[in-house]
Ligand binder design. Structure first.
Ligand code: FUC
Length: 760
């Protein structure tokens, strides 16, 4: 593929500045994020810091909630849902009943007297992670560059001009919070403030370096730069947040320290090489060249066949920009937020959204980007232990359908959907999958296993015996419909998977024999999947599914994806029933729901259907479309942020994960609800090559995908057929390799195997 064509799929570019936020271009270093609007005369760089949240350290569990638990269950089992919900609203919900919100921070403005901007161009290069704005005014070419450096912990802006001493700009900052104060001194502007009514205090500092020219601090807190040849602005931001219980840090000290760096070329080199050691691991080519000269907004309106490549890499870019070791996990908007009342508080919704954010982490070879999630879960488990005790009288830990920076784990919002005890159990799967992909035993022993085990202990203590001898969960709900119930299918799928993984992990580590036996016994008794009267996979214990229900959540299909209980060879009947359910739900949906459906259709081995969902997700969504839609209307904004609507980043990550899932699958296709196969235990690999390749993806190449069992996989295909597979075993596990109906066995050894004709 030619370099120019490659560029168009690793670059977003436009011929005009962003007219509003969802057209601006995101940069981020995992702790700070910024949206670059690119207006020549009044540039706006709207910035965030991941710990600027409302609220303060506190606990959310309600003392004594456990006392009403037996009665809530009794009412539900007696068919009195409304009474159960009312009682739960009164006595069982978290205190307070709402969690806190991620906040905006501030804006940095660059004003320049522009007579007439010509030759305008604005872009974001996904390979270098640098945003650029370029224009000409009165014969002078102005170039502005923006990047967020993870190594340096700051945002860097560079202004250049083709003629010496021609940059004259006014810089200023505004705070997003009432009472923020701005001042300027020497060559530095400072914004100081705090979140009203909350514990977070913050400071942002922007320091300026000039080549030629002068800088003057104004009494209004601005900096006036005259006749510079080049300007570098370093923006640092920090809060007093240390962790969810401690807000004793000094933001000023943090900012002052960050601003001590010298802006030389090494800064940019270090940034780009840091980004590239993650980003460059995976390349994708779908065999058709993207148009080189069509701006991204135009291209989105008439997407060419290679558009999924851009979207795939954009998702990887966004994960790198919003989730780096040492920081907070990517929230509902990643790290980018311009409102103090963002949709759903821009927090962590874990009945699908946070998990979806991390689906591409392992498969798309960005394993380290999941570290913030794992670190957050260690804290969530501490808080979840208290919730387990106060609300359920149980051991272990529990997380309901949301957490925030204060690590709230108790049920929130409303009893009809907030009481859902399997959030922690679902996230525990990410720990196990991290082990499956990396083979990192140290991680398994020290970090993953204790959390997985204690997530399982919670269900050992809370599963309820039903009259027929089966075990069910509850009170709970099938997110987020049908109200409070006992025994939604999704819970059982998640809990069975958790028990299976804890059994496997305890065997691998050779610990907790007794608990293992207990889990084995209980796992077999958990209420099994049921196929209902429409041939569907039942979402609830009762056969009440409505074939016309188009609800965005497809929770009961969890066992198909991201779980692995429903597989083509292991459970063909359930596989067919899951397909039926997905057909009933339809193809139109909110952004993340389409993202999930891409993955589900890929798991159903139907690449053409997966691709049609992907095209639905690639629908352009008008800038004015922010109104929340709970049923449909999903798509992409002009900056390719996913639209729920409104903006929610999970759809971006779901799309990236879905594309990876279409090209390579590595779960065991023979697994079932009660299996613990060598693949599920991490002792072997199963590499299904091009399992859901759409017909129209006739030629292509992907390099660097990762698979369970510890494999890196490069694939090339032409005329619809796999022509070459290069499989690197990182941990020396054996593997089965499947392509179409053909399977071959790879022996247990490290190193590279190249398959050419072998799989035809
Ligand atoms: C869940 C979903 C909504 C939205 C919210 C953040 O509640 O049902 O669609 O994504 O999370």
């Amino acid at each position: 593929m030619q370099a120019a064509a490659g560029d168009a799929n690793s670059r977003l570019w436009y011929r005009q500045p962003a007219a509003e936020w969802n057209e601006a271009l995101p940069i981020g270093n995992g702790r700070m994020g910024a949206m670059v609007f690119g207006d020549p005369a009044k540039e706006r760089v709207q910035f965030n810091e991941s710990t600027v949240w409302s609220g303060a350290p506190r606990e959310y569990q309600r003392a004594g909630a456990v006392q009403s638990l037996p009665e809530i269950r009794r009412l539900l089992l007696a068919g009195k849902q409304k009474e159960a919900e009312a009682l739960a609203m009164e006595k069982f919900m978290g205190d307070p009943i709402r969690q806190k919100a991620y906040q905006a921070f501030g804006d940095l403005w660059i004003e320049q007297a522009v007579t007439k901007a010509e030759g305008y161009r604005r872009d974001l290069d996904l390979e270098t992670a640098i945003a650029k704005v370029q224009f000409r005014d009165q014969g002078v070419t102005f170039k502005r560059e923006y990047f967020a450096s993870y190594p340096a912990g700051v945002i860097v802006m560079r202004l250049r001009a083709s003629r010496p001493e021609s940059i004259s700009v006014r810089l200023s900052m505004t705070g997003a919070h009432e009472g923020s104060a701005v001042r300027a001194e020497g060559s530095t502007m400072t914004l100081i403030g705090g979140v009203k009514g909350g514990a977070i205090r913050f400071e942002a500092g922007a320091r300026v370096w000039l080549e030629k020219g002068s800088v003057k601090a104004g009494a209004d807190g601005s900096l006036r730069i005259e006749k510079a040849t080049a300007v570098t602005i370093i923006l640092a931001g920090a809060t007093n947040f240390v962790n969810y219980r401690d807000v004793s840090a000094d933001p000023h000290e943090r900012v002052a320290k960050a601003l001590r760096i010298t802006p030389n070329d090494d800064l940019q080199r270090a940034h780009t090489s840091d980004h590239q050691q993650l980003f460059n691991r995976v390349s994708l080519d779908l065999g058709t060249a993207p148009p080189a000269d069509i701006p991204t907004d135009e291209r989105l309106k008439k997407p060419d066949a290679s558009f999924p490549v851009l979207l795939f890499q954009y998702g990887r870019y966004l994960l790198i920009a919003s989730s780096r070791t040492g920081g907070q996990p990517a929230n509902l908007q990643g790290i980018w937020n311009h409102r103090n009342d963002p949709p759903w508080d821009s927090k962590y919704t874990v009945n699908i959204n946070t998990e979806m954010n991390y689906w591409p982490a392992e498969t798309a070879n960005l394993s380290e980007c999941a570290n913030p999630l794992f670190a957050a879960m260690a804290e969530v488990a501490e808080s979840g232990r208290k919730t387990a005790k106060e609300h359920y009288g149980a051991r272990g830990w529990v997380l309901h359908h949301n957490f925030d920076i204060w690590r709230g784990t108790a049920p929130i919002n409303h009893s009809n959907h907030g009481i859902w005890p399997t959030g922690g159990a679902w996230l525990a799967r990410h720990f196990w999958e991290h082990y499956l992909f990396t083979g990192d035993r140290d991680f398994l022993r020290k970090t993953a296993y204790p959390l997985m085990r204690d997530a399982a202990l919670f269900f050992v203590d809370t599963l309820v015996e039903r009259g027929d001898g089966t075990l069910i969960s509850g009170p709970s709900n099938s997110p987020e419909q049908g109200g409070l119930v006992m025994g939604p299918a999704m819970d059982h799928e998640i809990i069975r998977s958790l028990f299976g993984n804890v059994i496997a992990a305890s065997e691998t580590l050779n610990v907790d024999t007794e608990l293992r036996r207990k889990l084995q016994g209980m796992r077999e008794k958990i209420a099994p999947h049921r196929i209902g009267k429409h041939g569907q996979l039942q979402e609830w214990l009762e056969d009440v599914d409505d074939p016309n229900n188009k609800h965005r959540h497809v929770s009961h299909l969890w066992a198909l994806h991201p779980g692995d209980e429903i597989t083509p060879q292991g459970t063909p009947d359930l596989f067919a029933a899951a397909r039926k359910s997905l057909e009933f739900r339809g193809d139109g949906a909110t952004g993340w729901s389409m993202g999930w459906k891409v993955n589900l259709w890929a798991r159903l081995l139907d690449g053409d259907h997966a691709l049609s969902l992907l095209w639905n997700l690639i629908t352009p969504v008008g800038s004015s479309q922010y109104k929340s839609s709970m049923t449909s209307g999903g798509g992409l904004y002009m900056n390719l942020f996913d639209a729920h609507p409104p903006f929610q980043i999970d759809g971006n990550f779901g799309a990236t994960a879905g594309i990876a899932e279409m090209l390579l699958q590595s779960h065991d296709p023979t697994a079932g609800p009660l299996t613990n196969t060598p693949v599920q235990r991490g002792d072997a690999g199963y590499l299904h090559l091009l399992p859901a390749k759409p017909l129209t993806w006739e030629n292509g190449e992907v390099k660097g995908l990762r698979a369970r069992g510890g494999f890196a996989v490069d694939l090339a295909w032409s005329n619809g057929k796999l022509t070459r597979a290069e499989i690197r075993s990182l941990n020396g596990r054996p593997a089965k390799v499947r392509y179409g109906a053909k399977e071959i066995q790879l022996s247990a050894r490290r190193g590279v195997t190249v398959l050419n004709g072998d799989l035809q």
